[in-house]
Design a protein around this ligand. Structure first.
Ligand code: GDP
Length: 447
């Protein structure tokens, strides 16, 4: 994960900022004696941007006027390890000799530095902010950790560092993406054929290794490898379904897959297959499950089972397809397939579609491509101008994948109607090929 180290002399507000960034998500504080004794690290979230943050406050000595060796060594290690150092000064106090010393040291390090002048709420920090330029570390960001001010500015300065590191990590990771097990869950109403489908998949001769049933604290899963039509072996992890429980002989008191059960499966899976019964068609409960899956940001596939006993195939398929268009208007075009758990028909296509949809779900669009699309979309259909003043959309950035999540920056965004956001989301689906994968779009007003 991209890492940001917060540095600065005592009392500039490092811990306040750390707490604000990490919130309730404070990860385990490493309290092994010795080296890392005082290290505070946590998973931060800033307007959807996710990174790891290290608070170096713990390295401080009692004497606030010196930069003692111990603090220096620990802080140096944290800064070298980080993708950027967030150097905090106190805007009200201005630049002190100790700030200058830290500034000199940071300039001699290769880690990029983001300079922020904290406690700048109101006008109190104006002169300190000007002084901060003298540190030679670029433009200081005025902010208030205590009052949550300067968040957008901070976001914009941290983002490039997080993205750079993410891109690097993704490159590393992309090489073995296909070796990462596809976490798949099959949900649906009782008797849709979930158990039959799973057993069928697991019995196919193409199944080279496994299956091995694993029971972890939170879910039950089976790992196996699917031989794709191109001959490649691709790992799959089937998660928490009633069918597996029968197989894993831990059924006992557990009932058949209920909606509540399905919820748990959804939590742990990347791709969810909603299984319908061809002899019953699409019902309200199916739509509720589908809706839940999408709300949870998971990739969804819908498979019509018992195709072997279905009648009027094309009429049936079209009917269900049309009902889905109406019923799942928030994600038009969810892939719909027909299968038979009994005969094995359509299973390869189902797995192939599952791998494909995971790829889209995990995809990152380059900032350039994203903003070219964004500008064209705005030009084609400009946002409204309530009260004669146009809403300004400045730029868009992808803050996350799995599911793909975006933030739009601009002005007067609180006035932006939902219909316009839907216009943009639909555009993304079609023109950036996100298809029916759930796409999250948020807006932030920048100053
Ligand atoms: P679950 O409750 O979703 O796990 O459903 P089951 O797998 O227990 O299946 C319910 C019933 O549907 C059983 O009688 C299965 O034999 C039957 N069934 C499941 N899949 C198919 C299929 O593809 N074709 C046919 N004809 N019957 C199926």
């Amino acid at each position: 994960l991209p890492t940001i180290a917060i540095v600065g002399r005592p009392n500039v507000g490092k811990s306040t900022l750390f707490n604000r960034l990490v919130g309730k998500r404070l990860a385990l504080v490493d309290d092994r004696p010795g080296v890392t004794r005082d290290r505070r690290e946590g998973d931060a979230s800033l307007l959807g941007l996710e990174f790891r943050v290290i608070d170096t406050a713990g390295y401080e000595d009692e004497d606030p006027d010196t930069l003692p060796g111990r603090m220096r060594a620990q802080t140096t290690a944290a800064v070298r390890e980080a993708d950027a150092a967030l150097f905090l000064i106190d805007a009200r106090a201005g630049v002190t000799p100790l700030d200058e010393e830290i500034g000199r040291w940071l300039r001699s390090e290769t880690t990029p530095v983001i300079l922020a002048a904290n406690k700048a709420e109101g006008r109190a920090g104006e002169s300190g902010l000007l002084e901060a330029w003298s540190l030679g570390l670029g433009e200081p960001i005025p902010m208030s950790a205590e009052h949550g001010e300067g968040v957008v500015d901070l976001f914009e300065h941290i983002r490039p560092h997080v993205e750079r590191e993410e891109a690097r990590e993704e490159e590393e990771y992309a090489e073995d993406e296909n070796d990462r097990p596809l976490k798949l869950a099959i949900v649906g109403r009782p008797n849709a054929g979930k158990s039959t489908l799973i057993n069928r998949i697991l019995e196919e001769e193409r199944l080279i290794t496994g299956p091995e049933a694993g029971i972890t604290r939170d879910s039950i899963s089976i790992d196996w490898e699917w031989q794709a039509p191109d001959g490649r072996l691709r790992p799959v992890r089937l998660i928490d379904t009633a069918g597996m429980r029968k197989r894993a002989k831990v059924q006992d008191k557990l009932e058949k897959l209920s909606v509540a059960d399905g919820r748990r499966a959804v939590e742990f899976a990347e791709v969810i297959v909603l299984l319908l019964d061809a002899t019953l068609g699409l019902e309200a409960q199916d739509l509720r499950i589908a809706d839940y899956v999408l709300q949870e940001g998971r990739a969804l596939l819908i498979a019509i089972n018992k195709w072997d006993v279905a009648e009027n195939h094309s009429q049936l398929f079209q009917g269900i397809s049309a009902a889905l268009q109406d019923g799942l208007s928030q994600a038009p075009g969810v892939p719909l397939l027909s299968v038979s758990a009994m005969t094995g028909k359509g299973l390869d296509q189902l797995l192939e579609a599952a791998f494909k949809v995971r790829e889209v779900w995990s995809r990152r669009v380059s900032t350039g491509q994203l903003n070219r699309w964004f500008e064209a979309a705005i030009e084609r259909n400009p946002p409204p101008a309530p009260g004669g003043k146009r809403i300004k959309l400045r730029y868009i950035t992808q803050v996350n994948t799995r599911p793909p999540s975006f933030v739009i920056f601009g002005n007067r965004l609180e006035m932006l109607p939902d219909s316009y956001l839907r216009y943009l989301t639909n555009g993304m689906r079609k023109e950036l090929d996100f298809g029916a994968v759930p796409v999250r779009l948020q807006t932030r007003t920048s100053k």
